[in-house]
Design a protein around this ligand. Structure first.
Ligand code: HEC
Length: 100
């Protein structure tokens, strides 16, 4: 992540950051949803990003810059790349302290 922050995300414009944040916030936290509904939603998101058609700016930026590690579903990989989609991540509990 250090390389991503140093060479990529630290150079994003405010508009790009807002677009990506809007996309990530559009992903429902899934906390109150049944596992099945969560899986279907993640599947729909993954299919849309994988098709790479009619993407919003935030979706495109996420696909181009984050997908390689956190994947189109935002689920990441257990103990390697943290999950971004869901209740587990919070800026208050994150181990990642960017730019301090
Ligand atoms: C090269 C792989 C890679 C890419 C690409 C990447 N990340 Fe990460 N990301 C990681 C890793 C590894 C961590 C965990 C770092 C740590 O715990 O110190 C992480 C952590 C994070 C965290 C903190 C999660 C937590 O629970 O602490 C956020 C938020 C995040 N990434 C967002 C993004 C966004 C947004 C993008 C695209 C702009 C992106 N990442 C691109 C590998 C990547």
């Amino acid at each position: 992540m250090t390389d991503v922050v140093a060479n990529s995300t630290s150079h994003l414009s405010d508009a790009d950051l807002q677009a990506m944040a809007a996309y990530l916030k559009s992903l429902d936290p899934g906390q109150a949803r049944a596992h099945q509904a969560d899986a279907e939603r993640a599947g729909a998101t993954a299919r849309k990003l994988a098709a790479a058609r009619d993407l919003s700016l935030g979706e495109r930026l996420y696909l181009d810059n984050c997908n390689a590690c956190h994947f189109v579903s935002g689920k990441g990989a257990e103990r390697v790349f943290p999950q971004l989609d869901g209740p587990r991540w919070s800026p208050l509990t994150s181990r990642t302290r960017c730019c301090t």
